[in-house]
Design a protein around this ligand. Structure first.
Ligand code: URA
Length: 492
């Protein structure tokens, strides 16, 4: 039996070195036991082994001695996935990876067989690690210790896997101008404005539990919670309960959900008094025009988009949402703060305004596909607040291919460009909104386009009269959508 002791849970280089030597020495997976320093079973004494070294029944053993002349190539794809999978908390992960490496020696094509159980297990481990990384990005909540300018922001997080080193650079980019620490039971990460440093894990009791900004944050959270858009199951899938204990806003969730039905009914009742267009049945799409998972595949590919620098401080790519057979595509500018955290477009105040206007115009929101011209949140950090910044032309252009691919996949009957950024992307050139709104613009080789204002513009208007007037104009523009769909339906 060969005993391998790694320095730490995330010691990929040592695993790779040892695994390579073992493969070259023809050591079968069943003859290897992997451990991490400090986690060895009691009966197994590795005290004589240097970290990262390996031994055959206790005898030090070197790679050169085992295989002076042999080499073999490992597919780069395996190395990339193995680096992520080694962060999984399953204690067997080192053995699983070695088993796959061992098989790759004689079957270099193995990585392309998605149904192979070892390959599928590797993929599932990587997926779990990535998901955990994403959850850490979204659910870390800092609390301020001390007062500006000397304050430090400290957060407590309980990762499912060994992802602290993986996730930390994101916080350094996002909160570059804050001094922060993220405490976890495994490892703590600290940022001083220059470099990330790590220290051993600590107990939860070391973490602060509230700060002077907590109340502001709770008020903000309650104000952006939209009862009409509540889908409890989807919400829990996105924000699993196990994270709630470390999220200050979780104390509000139960009561917000309990209140949601009443508030949503009140919203519907309020709508009933307004002059209403009869609800229309949108024409069913003729056939499934697309492969079943095309939008999902696009969405997944967009998660790794690096076409401009906006991905760096953003939490995630916020891709479009809606049915693949949507008849209308609504395009906004870029995700806001709330959308960036939720990973969904138009879930904040602008989304609520849009929902209301669509309803009034007689456009069924559930049959629309909602997306943005730019798919990462652009902002400047101001302490805890992230201030929205308008995307520039290179950023709009860099993101345009995603819009084009969404359009080609969905093939809607009509595109609505809301605001100047969306109009720029959809029409491929800078297009003033006021001079082009209020009618459909026919396009060669594509669906007609309606240009209108962005709902955030309505939210920003300071004067109440202007608000009412501009909102009515926005609804009038959207009524053109309903009329176009009705015509298309009649002609079908
Ligand atoms: N504004 C946008 O343009 N898009 C969103 O998703 C949210 C706000």
């Amino acid at each position: 039996m060969h005993y391998i002791r790694l320095d730490s849970d995330t010691d990929f280089d040592a695993w790779r070195k040892a695994a390579r030597g073992l493969v070259l020495a023809d050591v079968a997976p069943a003859d290897v036991t992997w451990t991490v320093a400090g986690d060895e079973p009691e009966l197994f004494d590795t005290s004589g082994l240097a970290p990262g070294s390996f031994a055959e029944t206790g005898t030090p053993f070197t790679q050169q001695a085992a295989s002076p002349n042999r080499t073999f190539n490992v597919p780069a794809r395996f190395v990339g996935l193995a680096k992520a999978a080694i962060l999984h908390r399953d204690p067997q992960r080192f053995a699983y990876l070695y088993q796959l490496l061992w098989r790759l020696r004689t079957n270099p094509e193995l990585m392309s067989i998605a149904t192979d159980s070892d390959v599928a297990r590797l993929q599932a481990m990587v997926k779990a690690v990535r998901r955990d990384e994403h959850k850490m990005h979204a659910f870390v909540r800092f609390r301020e210790i001390g007062r500006e300018p000397k304050s430090r922001y400290v957060a407590w997080f309980e990762p499912e896997h060994h992802i602290v080193e993986l996730a930390a650079p994101f916080f350094a980019r996002r909160f570059a101008d804050m001094a922060w620490s993220i405490l976890t039971p495994d490892l703590c990460a600290h940022w001083d404005g220059h470099a990330v440093a790590f220290s051993p894990g600590v107990a939860k009791s070391m973490a602060p539990s509230d700060d002077r900004l907590e109340e502001t944050w709770l008020t903000y959270y309650a104000s952006i919670f939209n009862p009409a858009r509540l889908k409890t199951k989807a919400m829990q899938a996105e924000m699993p309960k196990k994270y709630w204990r470390n999220l200050p806003e979780a104390t509000l969730i139960k009561s917000l959900i309990a209140e949601a039905e009443r508030k949503a009914s009140a919203m519907v009742a309020a709508e009933a008094t307004a002059p209403k267009k009869p609800q229309r049945q949108e024409p069913a799409m003729t056939k499934a025009k697309h492969g079943a998972d095309t939008l999902d595949a696009l969405r997944e590919a967009a998660q790794g988009c690096r076409a401009c620098d906006l991905w760096k401080p953003a939490t995630q790519t916020v891709f479009g949402e809606g049915p693949q057979h949507a008849t209308v595509m609504l395009v906004g500018e870029q995700p806001g703060d709330k959308e960036d955290l939720a990973g969904k477009p138009f879930v904040g105040p602008a989304g609520q305004m849009l929902d209301r206007a669509l309803l009034e115009a007689g456009v069924d929101r559930s049959k629309t596909y909602v997306t943005n011209a730019v798919k990462h949140f652009k902002f400047v950090p101001r302490g805890k607040i992230r201030l929205h910044q308008k995307p520039n032309t290179p950023e709009i252009k860099a993101c345009r291919p995603w819009y084009e691919r969404e359009l080609a996949t969905i093939k809607p009957l009509l595109v609505v460009a809301m605001g100047a950024t969306a109009a720029h992307s959809v029409l491929g050139k800078a297009t003033p909104v006021n001079a082009n709104r209020g009618h459909l613009i026919d396009r060669d080789g594509g669906p007609p386009v309606l240009v209108t204002v962005h709902p955030s513009y309505l939210l920003r208007l300071p004067d109440e009269d202007a608000k009412v007037r501009e909102y009515a104009r926005f609804v009038d523009d959207l009524k053109l959508v309903a009329a176009h769909l009705k015509k298309a339906h009649a002609a079908a």
